[in-house]
Design a protein around this ligand. Structure first.
Ligand code: ADE
Ligand code: ZN
Length: 337
């Protein structure tokens, strides 16, 4: 890729719509927080922990990701983690971010819900005050846990309803189909929350269909396996259902063998509203710009694709119409230079 295209990818205005804040915990911060909180880790050093990041599938990653999150105890820990991500996102010209958080990973360990959300939310406010960056939170239910536990989490979240805009579904996909959470998603819809779900990452295309039909989600997180089902692909294109794709995650979790095998260009060619995101940047070898650069290096993607992806990132966001329009005009102005 030539230097001009690389610089364009890095500097173009963009939104990030699929990033788990707990997945932005870098090994150095995990060790610093472990020391601060006197939490014992099963790894002797930062290097040893980083060496363990050789995943064979989604579950092998999740096991380490949940172990890493065990160092988060105080509100300031959640603030520090979020602030570190926001600084990196700002450097990558992310103007708007919709971040996932996994409250159950923390409440299960006795950390109060308020501690989690207040720390994350305060960092988002500071990013807004300092750089004008906009941000929002999407609370994810862990799909390996029960629907009853999801309902209990929603109950704990209600006093903080003004601090998050939607709910999602993450963790182990296989064996935990969307319909397991149909009733809790129906309740969230009644509450006026936005709805998204991970589907078609490792799980079959059928999970994408049931996420749409039974959970009534507005976006699909990942969704890369949709291309195995032509009718589904046509439906996603026709209804402009955004897919928040995370290329480096898909490589690290062995959904595709190597970057050149990724189906990002095929998804775009199928007319889908694709966005590029980092998922769990501390674990998968890069933040959002690394995802863009590595895909454009590996696939025959050009400036016109960059323009589409930048526009899609804002178009697929849950921003209000006027703010969305303002960002889209910023993208247009950037590409018209
Ligand atoms: N939690 C964090 N990252 C995830 C992913 N890529 N898929 C499912 N659950 C996750
Ligand atoms: Zn994800």
């Amino acid at each position: 890729m030539d230097a001009a295209l690389r610089s364009l990818l890095q500097q173009m205005p963009k939104a990030e719509l699929h990033m788990h804040i707990e997945g932005s915990l870098e090994p150095e911060l995990i060790f610093a927080l472990a020391e601060r909180n006197r939490v014992k880790l099963n790894y002797p050093s930062v290097e040893a922990l980083r060496r363990a990041y050789a995943f064979t599938d989604l579950q092998s990653f999740l096991d380490i990701y949940y172990a890493g999150a065990s160092v988060l105890l105080a509100e300031q820990d959640f603030y520090d983690m979020t602030w570190a991500y926001l600084q990196r996102a700002h450097a990558d010209h992310v103007l708007h971010t919709e971040m996932f958080f996994d409250p159950q990973t923390h409440t299960e360990r006795g950390v109060p819900f308020a501690t989690v959300i207040n720390g994350i939310h305060r960092a988002l406010q500071d990013a807004h005050d300092q750089w004008g960056m906009s941000g929002a939170l999407i609370m994810c239910f862990l799909r390996h846990l029960s629907e009853e536990e999801a309902f209990a989490t929603l109950e704990q979240a209600m006093p903080h309803r003004d601090k998050f805009i939607g709910v999602g579904l993450d963790s182990s996909e296989r064996g935990h189909p969307p319909e397991k959470f149909a009733r809790v998603f129906a309740r969230c819809k009644e509450l006026g929350l936005h709805l998204v779900a991970h589907a078609g990452e490792e799980g079959p295309p059928e999970y994408i269909r049931t996420a749409l039909d039974l959970l009534k989600v507005e976006r699909i997180d990942h969704g890369v396996r949709c291309l195995e089902d032509e009718a589904l692909t046509q439906r996603l294109a026709r209804d402009k259902v955004p897919l928040t794709v995370c290329p480096l995650s898909n490589i690290k979790l062995r959904v595709f063998d190597k970057t050149a095998d990724h189906n990002l260009l095929k998804l775009l060619d199928a007319g889908l509203t694709v966005t590029v995101n980092s998922d769990d940047p501390a674990y998968f070898g890069g933040y959002v710009n690394d995802n863009f650069v590595q895909m454009f290096d590996a696939l025959p993607l050009e400036k016109s694709h960059a323009y589409r992806l930048a526009r899609n990132s804002f178009a697929a966001s849950f921003l209000d119409g006027a703010t969305k329009q303002k960002y889209l005009e910023q993208v247009d102005a950037f590409f018209d230079r």
